[in-house]
Design a protein. Structure first.
Length: 216
């Protein structure tokens, strides 16, 4: 019996460094079989916002995970993901969530993207995701993945969040917003990154418990 199995009846708190309910639902579905108690920032009082000013997805993910773990004293998981559009030289990229402004809604971001691509024949795009897991002190674990697709000319579907209604995935002939969570998790950037994390999550739990024992 390994360490993970010995401790499988003890749930380890893991804070998702987000208030996005769509992301929380996806992470809960992907990690539901493990001995963890998932919380999000909505389960805690107000904490200072993290300025996502890094030039890469990895820097922003690590920054959010480390900050959340330090402030709350629990292991934290953060992802930084976004849409990279070829015809727009990578825009919106790391600014995907605030493409149309700091407090922009998903609809506003989508409409701005549609306008930016008016008359453009090359609508290829890539969703990028970097997941970071951190404890209050020490290093972070990194997982990353991507998914290629196209930007639809119209919003399609009412599932998901963000740019899902515009991101058309050719193999399934659907936008992400037309897929169920289960369908999307099999092919999406976040789903692939989480699948890699999930395949190693027993070891990750051992690592987290050991790191938390060493935390002052």
């Amino acid at each position: 019996m390994n360490v993970f199995e010995k401790q499988s009846d003890i749930k380890l708190p893991l804070v998702l460094a987000t208030r996005n309910e769509g992301k929380v639902a996806e992470f809960e579905a992907l990690l539901e079989d493990f001995a963890i108690e998932i919380n999000s920032l909505k389960d805690f009082g107000p904490i200072p916002p993290v300025e996502e000013d890094g030039p890469t997805f990895e820097e922003n993910a690590v920054k959010k995970a480390r900050f959340t773990a330090r402030v709350l004293g629990f292991p934290a998981l953060a992802d930084d993901s976004g849409l990279v559009v070829k015809a727009l030289d990578g825009v919106p990229g790391v600014h995907s969530a605030r493409y149309a402004g700091e407090d922009a809604t998903d609809e506003e971001n989508n409409l701005k993207l549609l306008k930016a691509l008016e008359g453009e024949n090359d609508r290829t795009a890539t969703f990028m995701c970097v997941i970071a897991i951190a404890v209050p002190t020490g290093p972070a674990l990194i997982y990353e993945a991507m998914c290629d697709g196209f930007i639809s000319e119209n919003l399609k579907g009412d599932q998901g969040f963000g740019y899902d209604p515009l991101f058309y995935y050719q193999p399934q002939k659907k936008t992400f917003a037309e897929m169920s969570i289960e369908e999307k998790n099999l092919v999406s950037h976040r789903g692939k990154a989480m699948a890699e994390l999930r395949s190693e999550f027993g070891k990750v739990l051992v690592w987290l418990r050991q790191r938390m024992k060493e935390t002052p």
